[in-house]
Design a protein. Sequence first.
Length: 212
Amino acid sequence: MHYLNTVPLWDIHQRWIERFEPPRLRALHAIKQYAEEESMPDRPTFVYVTYIESSAERVWEALTQPEITRVYWGRRQVSDWEVGSPWEHQRADGSGIADIGGTVLESRPPHRLVMTWAGSGDTARDRISRVTFEVEPYHEIVRLTVIHEDLDDEMFAGISRGWPAVLANLKSLLETGHVLSRSLLEMVHQQKPSPLATATHTATGGRDRGEQ
């Protein structure tokens, strides 16, 4: 006696949702997860501040352009950097393999970029962290703050070694035109795998703030 005509619903999906809404829906879904799920106390946060003799625009470009990140990070940061879009931390060997990735939560060039961060295949809530880049003019130079939060204990020590190495290379590249003569990332990797260089994490919990 009763039936559901699904054609009008499909028309709405085709005309409006499929064409315009996926980036917004991805962003809202990510925000919803953070807002609704129970907070996890005592999860460590890593904060690092460095000062770079450059412009905010150049620092933003260095954080988001894959061919620049390949030089100082050894990985290509790939995304269109629109809110809701995915991003990938791809290997620089041309394979296109991404060991780390996530979703862009906030993008305000050239001053603020926020994104989720997780290893390839990691979908559990406690394996997803969040990275914020704050790029602020500071007199005639730039202050770059990196905040990596909602970490689990397994990731924290690797993050604490990896970020300073990455940012030292970034600072050297922007100020001198070349990266450090010996890669700090390679030295870090020789000591113990870092989640900034591989998808393997070995760490202990804690809280850290660094300045360069």
